[in-house]
Write a protein that binds this ligand. Structure first.
Ligand SMILES: [Zn+2]
Length: 314
């Protein structure tokens, strides 16, 4: 692969910024109710103005409208769709890949909605590259910030816009594992909101945060009660039993301190909250939704204990 010099990437980026707005492939389908229904179901947005014709007729909109946050959905190319006539950004991203800046992480996404969309409108995207800075030293490695703006048009009228920025970085070289030393398990992030939980784990208690005003239990822990907005909090100790609500089998990437494959589950506690944890002491193929599990406090090393879940109820 030919390495592209920094000079060349900068020149290419400047040229693409000068190109201005480039029209993309129009939406495959007009704004439509089935896609709105799928999206609102997936997002858990129960607002009837998006799906209930009668309700929508009586609303300020007078008819069904699409959730504004779906703007990007309408013109996503989908798998296998021909993507020729790409955006001005594609060449720059490809050039960075070719120079070894193969890592990518999205850093900014800001959307602006000019109005609601109605059923039957067919959107057309247009992209312009607006920023290119670097190389910068970041925690992930050396990289470039690439910024672009997408505008969506309906019959020539701009209806929504998005600013998107990514960091394209050169991944750091991994140091080879030395001899017999075990890879170090990942540490949980402990802060003022979560320290009570980890203190409990060290004592063999599974603690759930509880609002000191209204009594609502919440997990993961946070600074504010979502029900009554109180910042006063305390905790209760869970009975330690639960039921697998959902799970995945993790094969890749490797995780320090754990052997793959392993199971990560969302465990429904009888106290009413759900908690994420690994399922241990059984084969991955034995895990099923609804399986009763019991908490185990697993010593990972001298300092770290993690709550995990093993088959078996009371
Ligand atoms: Zn509360």
């Amino acid at each position: 692969m030919t390495a592209v010099t920094q000079e060349t990437v900068h020149q290419l980026a400047e040229r693409q910024i000068a190109v201005g707005e480039v029209r993309g492939t129009p939406a495959a389908d007009p704004v439509n109710l089935p896609m709105i229904r799928h999206w609102t179901t997936a997002m858990g947005d129960a607002n009837p103005v998006y799906t209930d014709e009668e309700y929508a007729r009586g609303s300020v909109h007078g008819e069904i409208v699409a959730p504004p946050a779906m703007a990007q959905v309408w013109t996503m190319p989908g798998r296998g769709r021909d993507e020729k006539g790409g955006t001005p950004v594609d060449d720059v991203l490809a050039a960075l890949d070719g120079s070894g800046y193969t890592g990518v992480v999205a850093t900014n996404c800001e959307q602006t909605y000019h109005r609601y969309l109605r059923l039957g409108e067919r959107l057309e995207p247009a992209t312009r590259m607006t920023g290119f800075t670097g190389p910068k030293q970041t925690a992930l490695g050396e990289g470039y910030f690439v910024t672009w703006n997408v505008s969506w048009y309906s019959s020539g009228e701009p209806v929504a816009e998005m600013l998107f920025r990514v960091l394209k970085f050169r991944p750091r070289e991994r140091k080879p594992q030395s001899g017999s030393s075990q890879p170090y398990p990942l540490r949980p992030a402990v802060n003022r909101d979560t320290e009570f939980f980890w203190e409990g784990v060290r004592k063999g208690e599974l603690r759930i945060q509880r609002c000191a005003d209204c009594g609502e239990l919440r997990h993961p822990p946070g600074p504010l009660c979502p029900k009554c907005r109180s910042v006063a909090r305390t905790h209760v100790v869970a009975c330690g039993e639960g039921e697998v609500f959902s799970f995945i089998v993790h094969h890749n990437p490797p995780v320090p301190g754990l052997e793959t494959p392993f199971v990560v589950a969302v465990v429904q506690l009888p106290e009413g909250v759900r908690i994420v944890g690994n399922v241990v002491n059984c084969l991955t193929e034995e895990v099923s939704i609804g399986m009763p599990v019991r908490v185990r406090f697993v010593q990972m090393d001298d300092e770290l204990t993690l709550p995990m879940w093993a088959p078996g109820g009371s």
